[in-house]
Design a protein around this ligand. Structure first.
Ligand code: SAH
Length: 228
């Protein structure tokens, strides 16, 4: 393993340890850490930022968006408790980095991005890296992707003002939704919604986070298209 990747994994482990009282564990699932170690993060950042690719911080990816911090990607993935037979929905493809991590742990990843340039670039990048179990869509993820529901896990990588009802509906009983909720660029809380066998939901706060906002313009829905 490259030295920089090992350093990133060590930093994630340290941060998990520092935040153990909030997240309720002292180590993440080893399968999640293995997946984090395999994805070449330098391929998902702009070329001029490659020297920083394995630092534990977010980086700009254009269109005012960011690739999320590795610790947060690892933590959100861990919270989903993915199994190899699972289908997972991701809202906010962005760079496709989180998508690649999910693709190693689940049977199928469905990912939606509102900004068509970002979604198209990520689809191309992930295909070039030989990820074959991902389906891409350009559109407003606030409404989810009903055609493939229900999902075992749903992850939202932009901050919503409230939990989108369509996403809770599209969750399978026993499924988990991980989503940052709060005001744009202000205090946001990473939340975990669990749906029980009877369809009831249980929500808990995990920790404070800072994400770009989940955009909700209704007119963007007209853009919805599946990429081939
Ligand atoms: N997981 C990504 C995070 C990108 S930032 C990564 O690590 O690279 C969040 C992304 O959500 C941005 O690309 C933004 O364009 C997208 N986004 C914002 N609102 C959205 C919406 N309503 N539907 C789908 N994508 C949205």
């Amino acid at each position: 393993m490259k030295k920089a990747v090992k350093r990133m994994l060590d930093t994630i482990e340290d941060e998990v340890h520092y935040t153990r009282s909030l997240i309720g564990k002292d180590a993440l699932d080893p399968r999640v850490m293995t997946a984090m170690g395999k994805v070449p993060r330098e391929q998902f950042v702009p070329p001029n930022l490659r020297p920083l690719a394995y630092d534990n911080g977010p980086l700009p990816i254009g269109h005012g968006q960011t690739i999320s911090q590795p610790y947060i990607v690892a933590l959100m993935t861990d919270l989903l408790q993915l199994q190899p037979e699972h289908a997972v929905l991701e809202v906010g493809t962005g760079s496709g980095y989180q998508t690649a991590v999910l693709a190693q742990l689940a049977r199928k990843v469905y990912t939606i991005e509102l900004v068509s340039e970002l979604g198209e670039d990520s689809a191309e990048r992930l295909r070039a890296l030989d990820y074959t179990n991902i389906e891409y869509r350009i559109g407003n993820g606030y409404a989810g992707w009903p055609e493939h529901a229900p999902y075992d896990g749903i992850i939202v990588t932009a901050a919503a003002a409230h939990i989108p009802p369509a996403l809770v509906e599209q969750l399978r009983p026993g499924g988990r939704l991980v989503i940052p909720v709060g005001l744009p660029y202000m205090h946001q809380e990473l939340m975990l919604v669990e749906k029980d066998a009877g369809g009831g939901t249980h929500t808990r706060d995990i920790l404070g986070v800072a994400f770009v906002p989940l955009r909700q313009e209704q007119d963007r829905r007209a853009d919805t298209s599946t990429l081939h």
